[in-house]
Write a protein that binds this ligand. Structure first.
Ligand code: 5GP
Length: 209
């Protein structure tokens, strides 16, 4: 890790766990943190914009990007591809910014297995009943897709043990505070403080002390 490197953070958790809302509020609070925009083959929802929420791509385009090694990670989820473009992430990190990846569990595990320096956070609703309620309230999808998401959620919860932190989203403001606390604590780890410590040491070697 270079001295200037920011922190790579994955946020995962069942669809409907409130990740999106939490991320938006977290970004408002932390100017040192950016969200990676993923590519996907799923069709845009009515309120979604190309390049803001996702890069919407055909399966052919996505598969070409896979072959070109353009993804830090990618996965198939509920019948569509989702992937994190590698280049912008590397660029932000090298500038010292923290980068959030809001990605599902298979993708997060790929990043964990790659050996990259990473802080992984799993977000969950307080209960399965609450998750189902939130998915149905959103109601942008047919019943079959909602059932698909619940089935995937059950599996995702069974992988929570691999994560560094588990954040319960009982109330958005509280969940945002918890993740903010994780970032604050993690940024005090030695690799992120090394540059600071070296400067203090250099200062300590001058004649003044
Ligand atoms: P949605 O269709 O609700 O926008 O996203 C479905 C799931 O895909 C969510 O759990 C979301 O976090 C995840 N996802 C979004 N972008 C990526 C990505 O780049 N890679 C992976 N592996 N998952 C992603």
């Amino acid at each position: 890790m270079s001295d200037a490197a920011g922190m790579l953070i994955t946020l995962s958790g069942p669809s409907g766990s409130g990740k999106g809302t939490i991320v938006r509020q977290l970004l408002e609070r932390r100017r040192d943190t950016v969200l990676s925009v993923s590519a996907t083959t799923r069709p845009p929802r009515p309120d979604e914009t190309e390049g803001v929420h996702y890069y919407f791509r055909t399966r052919e385009e996505f598969e070409r990007m896979i072959r070109a090694g353009a993804f830090l990670e990618y996965a198939e989820y509920n019948g569509s591809y989702y992937g994190t473009p590698r280049e912008p992430v590397d660029e932000w990190l090298s500038k010292g910014m923290n980068v959030l990846l809001e990605i599902e569990v298979q993708g997060a595990e790929k990043v964990m297995d790659s050996g990259a320096a990473l802080v992984s956070v799993f977000i969950t609703t307080p209960s399965m009943a609450e998750l189902e309620r939130r998915l149905r309230t959103r109601a942008t999808e047919p019943e079959e897709k909602i059932r698909g998401r619940l089935e995937i959620a059950r599996w995702e919860l069974s992988r929570a043990f691999r994560y560094d932190y588990i954040v319960v989203n009982d109330e958005v403001a509280l969940a945002v505070n918890r993740i903010d606390a994780v970032i604050k604590a993690e940024s005090m780890r030695y690799p992120y403080m090394k540059k600071f410590i070296l400067e203090v040491m250099r200062d300590a070697q001058t004649d003044r002390y």
